[in-house]
Write a protein that binds this ligand. Sequence first.
Ligand code: UT7
Length: 323
Amino acid sequence: MIRSVVRGFGASLPKRVLTNGELESMVDTSDEWIVQRTGIRQRHIAGEGETTASLGEAAARAALDRAGLTAADIDLIIVATSTPDNTFPAVAVDIQNRIGMHHGFAFDVQAVCSGFVYAVATADAYIRGGIARRVLVIGAETFSRILDWTDRTTCVLFGDGAGAVVLEGVEGAGTTADRGVLTAQLRSDGAHRDKLYVDGGPSSTGTVGHLRMEGREVFKHAVGMITDVIEATFGATGMTADDIDWMVPHQANKRIIDGSARKLGIPLDKVVVTVDLHGNTSAASIPLALAAAAADGRIKEGDLVLLEAMGGGFTWGAVLLRW
Ligand code: UT7
């Protein structure tokens, strides 16, 4: 059985850091409110010349270096983003060109904050189907560019950045002792589309639009949806919460992360948290957190790692993989 094994990882953050203290002078908010309600202390904001494609390129190059590979070794690039540089072409083909790859193929997936989980699940299906052997999976976002900077209920929450992994098809025994993706479970329900959306787009307004969110409504559904889809990964593999070495959640809100881990019985010291440093970077948040925990040696070869996310759509999903 072919398994999609993580060969390398990388991350990229804009230079500029925006603290809660600076936000106090922009909207009616306080460091205390933001930290208490979300756990966020700062976020990175893209500056001139920094775009979703440039951040994604830097993360991709770091992941290739870490894997000891070059663009010539990659068959497919999938970029998870909701903030592309242009409506089209895809960010993925831009990054393909930037890294000097002129073979294979590249496309974007759009599942908002669940984008990286969707992209890993898609890459895994292409690898197991024999269509691609090595896939560069990137989550890259510049949410700062679609925020309404006068709306305190959203502008304090999001940040910019990119993370990437190289997945490689490797023959496994077909047991849960294999390295690689063991299962990916995806869900969506468009009945919730108006709770988190952008109020513009090419075919509706002809503008880019701004992010709008009924935060309390999203919060209300988050923990239940996240824990349900994680239980589905346990059902599919026979693994349990006790088997998890590291939970790497989407970084939207520390209270949602803690609530989900507690409900599942996963100790908080096994949960990777970067929301304090990055804010919510949508599809980039999981690969940024993964890269941080793998680079500092917390996540080690053979560890069972749980990825989960929930976001606009609603979309949600989870991936269980052995590092
Ligand atoms: O990544 C995709 C998914 N997105 C999420 O997971 C976000 C989910 N939602 C959340 O994380 C939380 O709902 C928020 C952090 C957005 C808000 O926290 P909350 O505890 O649900 O607060 P709330 O919306 O119920 O607002 C409480 C109060 C309100 O005032 P009143 O109506 O009680 O007088 C808000 O107007 O806090 C006020 N408020 C603020 N105060 C200071 C809202 N934003 C701010 C702010 N600073 N930035």
